[in-house]
Design a protein around this ligand. Structure first.
Ligand code: BTN
Length: 251
């Protein structure tokens, strides 16, 4: 990110805890207090990426959003990777699970099941860059909902209220750390290397489409903008997004 402006991080003192809300991301759009964090026991209209709904009925799970002000418009794919890695680190620290990974662009997987997702929304508001970081974590499902066959659960038993609070405080700290790292090129490179080591796509082959052509590539890593690098038979391809086509071989 550039120089000169303000980077206003999340402040755990500005944490609002609700029982019910349509969506914690929408709550922050309506109540734009920079640095605030909102969690809710349930959401009545939780949103996922690509206009999907996010299952938000169980009060065992985490529905979290935070609003930060950035000093300039960053590369959204990089911010997305770094927010994903902050969530992954929190999940590892709090669960001691060894089989967690970050699936590009920013889903968290436990083995081959999705246990968390992020919805990032960046807007210019009163000439400032506002970023809303929405995080949903499946802490515990007694039974995986039948409409979510590829979902998993991070913990093997429900968390106490205290354990949930500790998780949220750790998440705030890890997100703030990564926003600061984004402003430093060397630290960013170290973070990208950590993300590559903990990437779900490592050692996987991927079918994708670019310039109207379907191709098969191997995971190489991420570039400084957070774009995915894939090695094909005779080239290196760089992808910004999973659109228009992206499929992992054998899945
Ligand atoms: C995805 O994987 O599709 C992203 C899911 C993001 C869900 C979280 S839950 C808290 C926040 N509020 C929302 O409405 N969505 C995000």
């Amino acid at each position: 990110m550039g120089q000169g402006g303000d980077l206003i991080l999340l402040d755990p003192k500005n944490w609002i805890q609700l029982n019910e809300v349509s969506s914690t991301n929408d709550y922050l759009k309506e109540n734009r207090v920079i640095s605030s964090v909102v969690t809710s026991k349930i959401q009545t209209r939780g949103r996922g990426r690509k206009n999907h709904l996010w299952n938000s009925e169980s009060c065992e799970n985490l529905y979290f959003s935070g609003l930060v002000e950035l000093d300039s418009i960053p590369s959204l794919p990089l911010v997305s990777l770094f927010c994903g890695s902050a969530v992954l680190k929190t999940c590892i620290q709090q669960s001691q699970e060894k089989s967690l990974s970050l699936k590009w662009p920013n889903d968290i997987y436990k083995e081959n099941k999705k246990i968390a997702g992020l919805l990032l929304e960046m807007e210019i508001y009163n000439e400032k860059v506002h970023l809303i970081v929405g995080v949903g974590v499946n802490f515990f499902f007694e039974k995986i909902p039948s409409d979510l066959p590829s979902a998993g659960t991070l913990f093997l038993k429900p968390l106490s209220e205290l354990e949930k609070k500790i998780f949220v405080l750790q998440l705030i700290e890890n997100l703030n750390k990564n926003f600061l790292i984004l402003t430093d090129k060397n630290l960013s490179q170290n973070e990208i290397s950590w993300i590559e080591k903990n990437s779900y796509l490592k050692d996987k082959k991927i079918y994708f489409k670019t310039d109207e052509k379907y191709m098969l590539g191997e995971f190489l890593g991420y570039d400084e903008n957070g774009f995915l690098k894939l090695k094909t038979q005779d080239s290196i391809q760089v992808l910004m997004d999973t659109d228009p086509y992206f499929r992992i071989e054998d899945e």
